[in-house]
Design a protein around this ligand. Structure first.
Ligand SMILES: Cc1cc2nc3c(=O)[nH]c(=O)nc-3n(C[C@H](O)[C@H](O)[C@H](O)COP(=O)(O)O)c2cc1C
Ligand SMILES: CCCCCCC(=O)C(=O)O
Length: 357
């Protein structure tokens, strides 16, 4: 089967994954308004292409946190890759290493960070962190990933509690017994009876986290800190004031607060507030190369894909993720050329038709 666009991978994954796994990956919170709007919002944006600009050579390279990547699309942190493919996050890591882009490993990976690094020793990686009630647990994993050569910490701030994902509740979704949250083997495994979410003891994440925990995190690491889950200019300003190195504009793929903005709709006010003081990235709803172009035109330095990576895994493991990334790269290059951009530095707000927004 020829895979032409990311939707082909979505259809394949839907057909081949178990219903419970598909539902977990696809889930949005409540009525899924924000999840769906993440995609629709790109379709409301129109481009203003420029012509006759010699686009015979095009360069998609960019940098994130000072490191060059081959194109401005990385992999967002998503949990439980072994549900989609037996080699799980190791396959994802190999694919991103091969394509020379950034892979953000989830705290809830089903391969350990050591296994991931061994699988793709030269890959460029950031680690996504949740803050636990037991700060020692968070501190230990921070020191582990630092020693392993992870280049940044991505602090997810939009999950004080897990959003209400109706199908997961109906399916009583949980990790099957042969899979584990490998980074915390023996710690997160629910061996005794008690409330749990997805097979993980409930209440491990700390809903009391606040800006002072950013200072705490800075006190235990020298890695750059990137806050994931900011949707307003007020919080963007606070992030800058707290000395973090980046922001990921994200609504967690619409899996947390339903009724919040599409991430692309929240981007401009954040970029305007940050004024280049730190890098601003975005995830949510990126499915085509022109989505990438629009996000960059509105000021994102790089975007990240969540679900499309697990669809690629479900299709053919490492090869599937490579294909997903390659298709996005090819589409992005074409969209750039068709709008008259030869390199990412030439992408700017003039490309956006604001009267139609
Ligand atoms: C199945 C799934 C699991 C996720 N797990 C995590 C996670 O462990 N940590 C995190 O910060 N975000 C997690 N996210 C959110 C993603 O990082 C990202 O924000 C979102 O998927 C982007 O939207 P997209 O799927 O439309 O590309 C998850 C998303 C999905 C779909
Ligand atoms: C007990 C919390 C599990 C969160 C799993 C990963 C995640 O963020 C998701 O959106 O799913």
């Amino acid at each position: 089967m020829a895979m032409v666009c990311l939707t082909d991978f979505e259809e394949y994954a839907k057909e081949h994954l178990s219903k419970a796994t598909w539902d977990y990956y696809a889930a949005g919170a409540d009525e899924c308004c924000t999840r769906d709007d993440n995609l629709l919002a790109y379709k409301r944006i129109r481009l203003r292409p420029r012509i006759l600009r010699d686009v015979s050579v095009s360069d998609t390279r960019t940098t994130v946190q000072g490191t060059e990547i081959s194109f401005p699309v990385g992999i967002a942190p998503t949990a439980f890759h072994c549900l989609a493919w037996h080699e799980g996050e190791m396959a994802t890591a190999r694919a991103t290493e091969a394509l020379n882009t950034c892979y953000i490993t989830s705290t809830y990976s089903t391969c350990s960070v050591e296994e991931i690094v061994a699988a793709a020793p030269n890959g460029y990686r950031w680690f996504q962190l949740y803050v636990y009630r037991d700060r020692k647990l968070s501190e230990q994993i921070v020191h582990r990933v630092e020693a392993l050569g992870y280049k940044a910490l991505v602090l997810t701030v939009d999950v004080p509690y897990t959003g209400k994902r109706r199908n997961d509740i109906r399916n009583q979704f949980k990790l099957p017994p042969h899979l584990k949250v490998k980074n915390f083997d023996g710690v997160f495994q629910q061996e005794t009876a008690g409330p749990e979410e997805y097979g993980i003891p409930a209440n491990t994440l700390d809903p009391s986290i606040s800006w002072k925990d950013v200072y705490w995190l800075q006190s235990i690491t020298r890695l750059p800190i990137i806050i994931k889950g900011i949707l307003t200019k007020e919080d963007a300003e606070l992030a800058v004031e707290h000395g973090v190195q980046g922001i990921i504009v994200s609504n967690h793929g619409g899996r947390q607060l339903d009724g919040g903005p599409a991430s692309i709709d929240a981007l401009s006010e954040i970029v305007d507030t940050v004024q280049g003081r730190i890098e601003v990235y975005l995830d949510g709803g990126i499915r085509t190369g022109s989505d990438v172009l629009k996000a960059l035109a509105l000021g994102a330095k790089c975007v990240f894909i969540g679900r499309p990576a697990v669809w690629g895994l479900a299709y053919k493991g490492e090869e599937g993720v490579r294909e997903v990334l390659q298709i996005l790269n090819d589409e992005f290059r074409l969209s750039m050329a068709l709008s008259g951009c030869r390199n990412v530095a030439e992408i700017n707000r003039n490309l956006i038709q604001f009267s139609k927004l």
